[in-house]
Design a protein around this ligand. Structure first.
Ligand SMILES: [Fe+2]
Length: 277
């Protein structure tokens, strides 16, 4: 992950796609949305490729050309580290397979992505985009994180940044904290709480969207096209959003520093993928 990029110009409409996680049918559904096609920019806020169809997702996004602004997520960084031999494993069992499926060019493409960027959106002013928080690609904040936790993770931001867009936790929300609007578009490919491909449209307001698609057909397609041994179960679990938002908040809550959170069984999310997000 590299530093922050500042994108010039004032943008009327910006579509934000986060946590696609290699789920090509979900990405295709969002890219077919008229408001996505009409947007000035698509900002992809990380965790792009770690999933069943990593190369296909990268190829489709790269085919959109310069309209796409890319950010790295922790799961993308892990793919790069694995391929470079900087780590021997990744806690998510599908990720090593995804890493092996990437071409050398795709690995280098992911390695070069920045960690955050800012751009101007009409009606919102200067907006900062990142994967998890502005300072880190992996730490957790949730819709119900304490104000003190928000102050901690947003510390040091330039005063002109009125809106922060972050992904990582796979659940959409809009929250005002310390005078700044925080927007999480949710996950395109691995939603918690309800199925569908989640994204958001910025400018002049903040509009959380969900694009329905044929999940049964997508599960069948992933099962046919991906060589991961557990793909049928993986796809059924994540594309149908079998994990509720309550389960996800309970599972991840302890990672935002709250002391009283109850730790639930990892199997509440999915037995073999305990690391999400
Ligand atoms: Fe993610």
């Amino acid at each position: 992950m590299n530093g922050m990029r500042q994108v010039p110009g004032v943008h009327e409409r910006v579509a934000v796609l986060s946590d696609i996680h290699g789920v090509l049918p979900a990405l295709e559904a969002v890219l077919a949305e008229p408001d996505v096609q009409a947007a000035d920019r698509l900002v992809v806020t990380g965790d792009i490729a770690a999933g069943p169809q990593p190369g296909e997702v990268l190829d489709l996004l790269r085919a959109q050309g310069g309209k796409v602004l890319w950010l790295s997520g922790n799961a993308d960084r892990e793919l790069v580290e694995y391929r470079r031999g900087e780590r021997t494993g990744i806690p998510d069992p599908i990720a090593p397979l995804a890493a092996e499926a990437l071409t050398g060019d795709q690995v280098e493409f992911l390695a070069a992505l920045p960690g955050s960027l800012t751009l101007q959106v009409r009606g919102l002013g200067e907006v900062l985009f990142c994967h998890a928080t502005p300072r880190d690609d992996e730490e957790v904040v949730l819709v119900d994180s304490r104000s003190a936790r928000w102050a901690e993770v947003l510390t040091g931001l330039a005063p002109g940044i009125g809106t922060v867009v972050c992904g990582h936790t796979h659940m959409p929300y809009i929250r005002l904290t310390h005078g700044r609007l925080v927007v999480n578009p949710g996950s395109v490919g691995m939603p918690y709480g309800r199925p569908g491909a989640h994204w958001c449209l910025l400018g002049p307001g903040t509009d959380l969207r969900v694009t329905p698609y044929d999940v049964d057909a997508a599960v069948a397609r992933l099962t046919a096209e991906c060589g991961f041994p557990g793909i049928a179960e993986w796809a059924d679990h994540f594309l149908n959003a079998r994990a509720t938002d309550t389960e996800a908040l309970e599972l991840f809550g302890h990672r935002d520093g709250r002391g009283e959170a109850r730790r639930v069984s990892r199997s509440a999310i999915f037995e073999e993928t305990p690391s999400w997000p």
